[in-house]
Design a binder for this molecule. Sequence first.
Ligand SMILES: Cc1cc2nc3c(=O)[nH]c(=O)nc-3n(C[C@H](O)[C@H](O)[C@H](O)COP(=O)(O)OP(=O)(O)OC[C@H]3O[C@@H](n4cnc5c(N)ncnc54)[C@H](O)[C@@H]3O)c2cc1C
Length: 390
Amino acid sequence: MKDVRVAIVGGGPAGLQAAISLSKLGIKPLVYEEHSNIGQPIQCGEGLSIHAFNDFSIPVEDSKIWTKVHKRCKLVFPENRAIYGDIQAYMIKRDKFDQYLAQKATDLGSTIITSTRVNSIQQNSAGVLLNIEGEKSTEVQSELVILAEGAQAKLTKSLSISPPFPLIYAFEYKVEGEWGEELEFYFDAERYPYGYIWLFPRKNETNIGIVTNSRERKKLLDDFLNQKNISGRILKKVGGPIPMKGPIPEIHRDKIMIVGDAAGMVNPIFYGGIRIGMTSGEIAGKVAANFLNRKDDSQASSLDRYPAEISKYMFSNKINLSCHNFFYSRSNKFLTKLGKILNEQYINRIKGREKIKMLLNLLVNPGLLKYPRGLLKIYKGFKIARDWGF
Ligand SMILES: Cc1cc2nc3c(=O)[nH]c(=O)nc-3n(C[C@H](O)[C@H](O)[C@H](O)COP(=O)(O)OP(=O)(O)OC[C@H]3O[C@@H](n4cnc5c(N)ncnc54)[C@H](O)[C@@H]3O)c2cc1C
């Protein structure tokens, strides 16, 4: 039986960033990834804000990992009312991006083992026992385990820790040609309940996808393409589940820490999770290294610091879920009114007096008048989502 200090289950952005963070602090983890190639198959809209590059010192000039940069996003409400936002978002090449993180982790001393699935985990007095299915089945004893196994979170479930639930499903076409000039989000409460359609132009291609709890995802996306006269060849179809309600309550138990999608580390408004997942991995790695390198049993080196540190970030603030609950349970009538009042505005440019004027405008509007608190939730939630949404 092999002994390791830290085993990480899952070689996505959250697990790889945890490996980088640990390795930097002298603990060289083992990362198990069930697929043969890191970053593949791609299941992603591939939009990522500049903040992720800055937070993790990822060189923006390295155009091997992205194809296009967008400075504006457009939110389209029913009756074609559009609201704009200034952003700086990169269309990453998700496979190359994950492979970049894997290379960084390896250069720092982590070991990544692909084509190897962790079948089960069991807590014991020495930490956690992992049952590994690779070329041959083996057991590995680890002092500590970081679960970065994505949205399905099977091992997390096996510990009777509430997994991220419910999940929402996304489906996407990679279409030939650039069908637009900015990141576009189409909201329609009747057609795309609890979600939206996205249109993210890349170089010579566009990622066009839908996230909704409607089971008619494919048909709705096909209708959208027809309606917009998007006739480019479909190069690829991808899809997958996404945690819908943000971080789960229990993200750490004994010697097990849960990061990324497995811990619900996703923005519940735009459903992006790369940056949040990496942030949770970074923090879990630091707390784990501090714990393993500890000289005493003080609170400062306890694993309880992981949820405590996470709670300091705006992405874990309850306002995000409140905004999700309020915004996604509105009717199209409400969304149309909102779109009409904010029409053609750059939402992030409204400052000082103009902000007050806009709020008054919203509040005197019959139909919106009864929701002053809800409107505030939308304002706050979307403000956070601009930074943490993708
Ligand atoms: C269609 C779609 C579009 C999206 N678009 C965006 C976007 O544009 N921007 C954004 O920020 N986010 C987006 N997301 C969300 C984003 O992809 C996830 O939040 C992010 O990938 C989470 O990273 P992770 O490392 O937690 O999990 P994952 O990336 O899912 O990685 C988990 C890894 O664990 C491996 N694994 C699982 N179980 C085991 C096991 N037992 N043993 C070994 N390996 C295991 C899996 O193979 C996988 O590689 C999208 C999601 C979907 C489905």
